[in-house]
Design a protein around this ligand. Sequence first.
Ligand SMILES: O=P(O)(O)OC[C@H]1O[C@H](O)[C@H](O)[C@@H](O)[C@@H]1O
Length: 283
Amino acid sequence: MTSNAITQLSGFGQLKDLPCYVLRCGQASAVISRYGAHLLSYKPKAEVEVIYLSPEAVWQNNTPIRGGVPVCWPWFGPAAAEFNPAAQKLPNHGVVRTELWHVVKESVTEAAVSIELRIANKTLPYANAPSYLSLTLQLTEEALTLKLNSDQGVQQAALHSYFNVDSVHQVCVSTLAGDYLDKLKAGERSVQRQPELKFTAEVDRVYLDTAAELTLQQQGSAVQITQQGHDASVLWNPWAEKATALKDLPDLGYLDFVCVETARLSLTNTAPLQLVQQIRYLG
Ligand SMILES: O=P(O)(O)OC[C@H]1O[C@H](O)[C@H](O)[C@@H](O)[C@@H]1O
């Protein structure tokens, strides 16, 4: 008899009344909200939390949740002109972080527990927009997999994962050797020679054509991040000054996470979207 299950939950931490689902598979558990199809927690075992959620995160009033795994779609960062022909005031990272998605499928077996959430596009303000977005979350005892799917169209997408760390000063992400765009220098193209990125100041970089596998290493533990369907990985930590300016992050909150984001950013790729990030805790 399996104790694997999906159960509904109203509210998570300080996020009162947030409509959530809890997935359990053996010792592993995950919590996802219908608001933004936003993953809030992933515990490969009871005492280990892999995902960072800001203790000052809020929801409602069109505020995206700070932390977890925000879903950015159909644009990343400020909307490029392609997405915004009428030069409207549009939100950062697209429109689905603050929408209530619908659960369209649930599956519980001995081996895996999964849930699919979907949102239809009724209002995207540009031509050739895809018609829907779906997120499937699959939990096994070994890993958590997030899959974003959509049909053809001009679209960017990112799984903007915030990973919990003991201290940002001790973290190293590899293998990242290669070209990146530095958003702190107006997108200037640079090359990283060494395989590892360590965090000693603010980082906001778009690494191009990254490997399928990245590793986030800290003292005593590691997380393997496997990506598919991506053309970039975004590495972000706001550091002290920007953390103070973010009102839903504690001033010292930047010490507790790094973002490793699996992204599709090309504006010329109109193929159906299939973007995957798998998170595996290596202990
Ligand atoms: O504050 P948000 O809209 O959630 O964005 C948070 C961050 O997301 C990404 O990592 C971008 O590269 C950053 O430039 C941005 O500051």
